[in-house]
Design a protein around this ligand. Structure first.
Ligand code: PHE
Ligand code: ZN
Ligand code: ZN
Ligand code: CA
Length: 473
């Protein structure tokens, strides 16, 4: 769905607001760590040794590329990422993208960073683009090591065949469904970040990416490093994302371009010489790096990932009438429900109302309690909200006036638990009946709706619940 057709977006706040000291507890962002230049340099040593043992390059269709991809993937796998080796073909043979996703955070809001992992065939490609790949890799590993659960979903892409015409990143984007594309909130690209005669360029080629561009500039300015904009156009892997309207940004320390004297004044290095004299040459080796540039750039990547991981992209509000309970008829088993394991069952001892699965609380004639619940966000925009479910109650208790065995319908709102209603052996009904409770007072809150069964020491009562719904109007 195009962003313009999304449900009303609530609570969108600029990242800067999340960084205000003493702001609300829900809006704190862990300061990004100092990304280790030692570790990043070690990844570059690895790329150099892969090239050295594979004919001096890491180029598409050659063994040095596949070895680079396998090595990066293994590092990310070991750190807990969900990784994919995405194969595609190019004019020069088979290539691969390595995609790594941190499997936490809201999958509806994906923040991506990427770099091309291939070199040209004439050299090992250590600055172009071992540098960007080592930096993105180290940031991904550092994020994982922090054991964090971001608000958003983080995804890292290591592209194949950039040097053959941005083939890998185009392939990736073209193979995303429309729904998946729409979830990508930002793509950050890092292609050449440790040029030996470095500049500090920030991509400026798409209005949608201006916010991220400004954040990068502000980050460098805060570190006393002046930046210049560069209109990268189609020269690197953000192009495929940009052409879909996805906000993109990135940094670049320069390639074949010549450093001017004013640039040498602000950045040091040699005026009148290329930012990277070994660009696309065999001398783009482990000696072809400026480690100060690398160090600053990887910290900038870390800063962007840490802050965009927590950016509030707003919540998508379901339209009135949608059932907000997931797996409402229990047909996926215990998926989306929490509590006592066991009562969500397809045991045929009691009939489901629909399908085969249901929530069968109690029924063993012993003193036990069981509970099953689900957390639900009730939109503030709702006029009214109600919880309904169908319940079948059979019992061996003799008819009378005593509620020996009970099921409570509860709402947990923070530390407050409210019982909406209690059903018992006195409500025996072997045909399913529907019960409805008003939840309007909980609009704008995330609450847990909960069923708590309790049985006394003898004579079973079975509370069988199916087809739950929490709907708003
Ligand atoms: N994409 C170019 C390459 O890999 C390098 C580059 C990056 C050029 C960013 C301009 C801007 O050769
Ligand atoms: Zn290149
Ligand atoms: Zn490159
Ligand atoms: Ca069912």
């Amino acid at each position: 769905m195009p962003k313009s057709l999304r449900y009303a977006v609530l609570g969108a706040a600029p990242v800067a607001a999340l960084l205000v000291p003493g702001g609300p507890a829900t809006a704190t962002v862990a300061a990004s760590p100092d990304i280790s230049v030692t570790n990043t340099k070690a990844h570059l040593d690895q790329f150099q040794s892969i090239a050295t043992s594979n004919g001096g390059n890491r180029s598409t269709g050659r063994p040095g590329y596949r070895a680079s991809a396998d090595w990066v993937k293994a590092k990310l796998d070991a750190a807990g990422y969900t990784t994919t080796l995405q194969q595609f073909s190019t004019s020069a043979g088979t290539s691969y993208n390595v995609i790594a996703e941190w499997p936490h955070g809201d999958a509806n809001h994906v923040v991506m960073a990427g770099s091309h992992l291939d070199s040209v065939s004439s050299g090992p490609g250590i600055n172009d683009n071992g540098s960007g790949s080592a930096g993105v890799l180290e940031v991904a590993l550092a994020y994982a090591a922090g054991g964090q659960t971001p608000k958003n979903r983080l995804r890292f892409g290591f592209w194949g065949a950039e040097e053959l015409g941005l083939v890998g990143s185009k392939y990736y984007v073209n193979n995303l469904s429309a729904a998946e594309r729409d979830k990508v909130e930002l793509y950050l690209n890092f292609d050449m970040i440790a040029s030996p005669n470095p500049g500090y360029f920030v991509y400026d080629d798409n209005p949608a990416g201006d916010g991220a561009r400004d954040d990068l500039v502000a980050y460098f300015t805060g570190k006393g490093v002046q930046t210049e904009y560069i209109d990268v156009q189609g020269r690197s892997d953000h192009a495929a994302f940009r052409s879909l309207g996805i906000p993109t940004a990135g940094t670049f320390s320069g390639a074949e371009g010549i450093k001017s004297s004013s640039q040498a004044t602000k950045w040091g290095g040699s005026a009148g010489q290329a930012f990277d004299p070994c660009y696309h040459r065999s001398c783009d080796t482990i000696s072809n790096l400026d480690l100060t540039s690398l160090d600053r750039q990887i910290d900038a990547i870390g800063h962007m990932i840490w802050s965009y991981a927590q950016k509030d992209y707003g919540s998508t509000q379901p339209p009135a009438g949608d059932n907000l309970i997931l797996n409402p008829g229990f047909e996926s088993g215990a998926v989306n429900w929490t509590g006592t394991s066991g009562p969500i069952t397809n045991n045929t001892g009691r009939p489901a109302r629909t399908g085969t699965w249901k929530l069968w609380l109690q029924g063993n004639g012993r003193s036990t309690t069981e509970n099953v619940g689900q957390s639900v966000a009730i939109p503030a925009s709702a006029a009214a909200a109600s919880l309904s479910f169908w319940i079948r109650i059979d019992t061996s208790e003799t008819t009378g006036t005593t509620a020996y065995d009970t099921v409570k319908v509860q709402v947990v709102d923070g530390s407050t638990t409210t019982t909406l209603g209690t059903l018992s052996n006195l409500n025996k009904s072997t045909s399913y009946v529907q019960k409805t409770f008003d939840l309007t007072q909980y609009k704008g809150k995330t609450v847990t709706v909960k069923f708590v069964g309790q049985e006394d020491s003898s004579l079973q009562t079975s509370f069988v619940i199916d087809d739950t719904a929490l709907t708003t109007s």
